[in-house]
Design a protein around this ligand. Sequence first.
Ligand code: FES
Length: 160
Amino acid sequence: MQEEKEKYRRLAALLEKYHGKAGELINVLHKAQLIFGYLPQKVQICVADALGVPISEVYGVVTFYSLFNTEPRGKYRISVCLGTACYVKGAGSIMEALKENLKVDEGGTTKDGLFTLESARCVGACGLAPVVTINGNVHGRMTADDIPELLERYRKEAKE
Ligand code: FES
């Protein structure tokens, strides 16, 4: 709760700085997302009010740019590369193994808030296909059988 209050305090300071500056919408949304980790509706409304932009425009920007999230993300963001090189080497079965293990669909976050499952297009590591990145760390030449152990490693790390 205290942490939440602190986030809104930082948002208020940010919005004071950009008050009435509609042209700074993307910049302000980006900064607000850095504070909250995502952009809840309440935050979008605060931004709209402060910058003098209609909420529909804020919503349009947030949904248009994949950079913005409207749902909380997990501590670890797992991204399965579904680019051609990875796909032909079995990225589809890796995605399925992750969905099964984490019990979420693509785009979903696990109930414990630990993992968010996403897909990506080529991440530039085709030589290591198929590739899974976790918070940007590349795990190459993956198989569906490697998934339980990989996730276990991150679950342990989260407890430390
Ligand atoms: S296609 Fe997956 S890294 Fe290039």
